[in-house]
Design a protein around this ligand. Sequence first.
Ligand code: NAD
Length: 374
Amino acid sequence: MNTPYSASILILAGDGIGAEIMPHAVTVMQTAAKDMVELDLVHADCGGCSIDAHGVPITREVIRQAEVSKAVLLGAVGGPKWDGLPINQKPEKGLLQLRSHLDCFANLRPAITFSPLATASSLKQHLIASLDILIVRELTGGIYFGTPRGIEQSDNQRKGFNTLVYDESEISRIAHVAYTLAQKRNKKLCSVDKANVLEVSQLWREIVSGINVKYQDVELTHMYVDNAAMQLVRDPRQFDVLVTGNMFGDILSDLAAMLTGSLGMLPSASLNVANRGLYEPVHGSAPDIAGQNIANPLATILSISMMFRYSLDLPKVADDIDAAVDRVLNSGYRTADIMPDDSTETITVVGTDQMADLVNQELKRSKCENSTSR
Ligand code: NAD
């Protein structure tokens, strides 16, 4: 069969478990893409491995390659070997440079409960069963970037200060992303702010509400951030898509992610205005377990699923990957980080390579079934 189009993907495996997981995750990606899209894969260095090979955490050539790629898939960067370097030369600087060059202003963090892992949550099982929410965080503005900022001497003491600032265009572009995503899901959008105290939040609320006329099929609600934190723990399934600013999103997305269990299961996407994106697991390079074939590859594999959904516009392929992961977990396979403390079912502990291979085999099987049933 001829594939409909091709897409260039930049693969930055990085350091530690990033480098360990990536070859297996790429195999899954190629199986998923088969007959759907031709992938033009470019492999390059980022992070500590780039410092070792090129003297900088990311080279100009790699940034240029990222800018012309449809998507960038990143493993993880960093490790003790480079901890002593000045802040501007550390491996993480490569990732920050990449985010800023790609202008990835929309960070997407799903919180999904895979039913076999419901017991891994710290919440009661009935509260998180079938949970599927998406937090859309503004990533390039707000208090983390606002000026003036600093620490200065004032009278007899020092004072620290930062600026929480958003202009209309920044609010508007993240709101459009969130509305569009809500339209493709359950058509519910909750905008999170602190409009009872902050003028910037009053503007945020006004702009997000104004845009609702363009997305009349989406039900918009507003919630103060303190209440949103409580509601995410009290009854997370009331939400579909949440949209919020940089700092509120930073906190709420970690809170929501942990509702569902292990760091080894958490994917993320950061998109720019052209829907080109940087896809990466939430976890770091995990030097404590690197090289032991025990790291969970599912966060990277689920990041690939997000890549097919959001940058390659192939939601069916993304659904196939998610379903394959679900089936593997349902069959009782677990990496060490998601092993239950006690279980009445038969559970098999597997390594990084075997977990990725199981997902790959499931994908192959479902593709085969689909093609014979056509
Ligand atoms: P980490 O996410 O690497 O590890 C935290 C804990 O979770 C560790 O105990 C680790 O073994 C475990 N863990 C993480 N991913 C796992 C997986 N897939 N399977 C099983 N267990 C997993 O965070 P850290 O230890 O704070 O940071 C280690 C290094 O990674 C540091 O250099 C840090 O700067 C870097 N880091 C990079 C990124 C990134 O590349 N986006 C993100 C966070 C941290």
